[in-house]
Design a protein around this ligand. Sequence first.
Ligand SMILES: C[S@@+](CC[C@H](N)C(=O)[O-])C[C@H]1O[C@@H](n2cnc3c(N)ncnc32)[C@H](O)[C@@H]1O
Ligand code: SF4
Length: 455
Amino acid sequence: MEIDFEKIGKYSKSGPRYTSYPTAIEFKENEKVKTIYLKELEENSGELSLYFHLPFCRSACYFCGCNVVYTSRPEKRTRYIDYLKIEMGLLSKHLKKNREVVQIHFGGGTPTFFSAIELEEIILEIKKYFTNISKNAEISCEIDPRYLDEDQMIVLTKHGFNRVSFGVQDFDHKVQEAVHRIQSFETVETSVNLARKYGITSINIDLIYGLPHQTAETFQKTVELSLKLNPDRFAVFNYAHVPWLMKTMRKIDEGALPKPSEKAKILKRTIDLITDNGYKMIGMDHFAKESDKLFLVIDKGELHRNFQGYTTKGGTQLLGIGLTSIGNGKSYYIQNYKDMENYEKSLEKGELPIFRGVALSIDDQMRRDIIMELMSNFKFDIVRFNNRYCVDFHKLFKFELDNLRPFEIDELLTISYSKIEINFTGSLIIRNIAMVFDSYMHNHIDSNKVFSKTV
Ligand SMILES: C[S@@+](CC[C@H](N)C(=O)[O-])C[C@H]1O[C@@H](n2cnc3c(N)ncnc32)[C@H](O)[C@@H]1O
Ligand code: SF4
């Protein structure tokens, strides 16, 4: 696959960025959003997605940007389960009976840091409150291959888990030492085999490029070893280095981080290698086998992006359960407390542990839909949008369309009366393109910065 790095560099300082959420909605502490949230919880009878944050890890991987509680004390997990139970009990009081659950995801931290017995306790409690789990539900778990045993896999598959995602990141020993995450190929292989043995139908592998000491050659070896494991999907994240936000990242030697030109080489080689081996690229950081059902919906423009990466199930109300979890509905985003003390205190008082949120105006909702559709499908159906909102897109978003013209002139996308279509090179900087529709980002965009830096 030919990639025009010059064009990408013109628009994107550091290439694709890692994030679970595609929009840059600004959270505000806001009483109004609580009312809107509770109203939507009570009135909605549509499909549900559930995200459970299981935040514990034994030790810090220095690159980690996730919301993690480091501990080796088992009583912390038991205590956390008690609070999850209270939260589910409180939430269920606001929900209509029998709502269909189409997605459940255990994320972290490291969900498999919980023992088989503990995982089963959580799952049984979920089943107590959410009794209508769809036969076709996507039920998934993030797994650190260093923490997985047969009993855990038995429990997960017995209760319908059908997808797992393994954190591999990099197999090179020098890189592993620099980021404080040592795991051998054999450890990962054993875990992947265990998942297959118990009938998991979709296995994803996470890799990160941009870590210290990585070169195109060393990362090629990591990709080749990962291909041997024959996963169904790959997520290849660009390392997001934000030491001012994440203390552990300060332990990373910045002098050892690969230079932008090396990162470009790594990315190009990775894309070539993975796509030559029967995978297709879905957007900037995900790859799936050509037989994957994701490709059936891409043409229809029905791919969605959520906490799990890409999915065919969209438009559901997402309940985020556990510390720091984010939920969203038609007209709000909401986030739980990020610190354990406040999270627990709220629940003890019999209150949902809401930390902050944002209520979405119609304008926000429209922009969210546009950004989601662009980032998931690399095209945007203007006619469908006009019909949905009874508006004239070309008039309403004239300012944004004008701001898309430079991308059009650079042949990264085309704009017609009925659709916007992004081409392959454009898809690699989709974030920069979609940003044009993000009213929150407009305040932060410094056009010199966006337009002059290289990869
Ligand atoms: C919660 S972790 C995965 C589960 C498990 N804790 C593990 O590490 O294997 C989710 C994924 O986020 C990615 N990730 C974490 N921090 C990142 C960062 N700073 N930049 C890019 N990707 C990151 C990693 O690929 C990681 O596998
Ligand atoms: S990458 Fe995974 S195992 Fe490592 S600290 Fe982050 S959440 Fe924990």
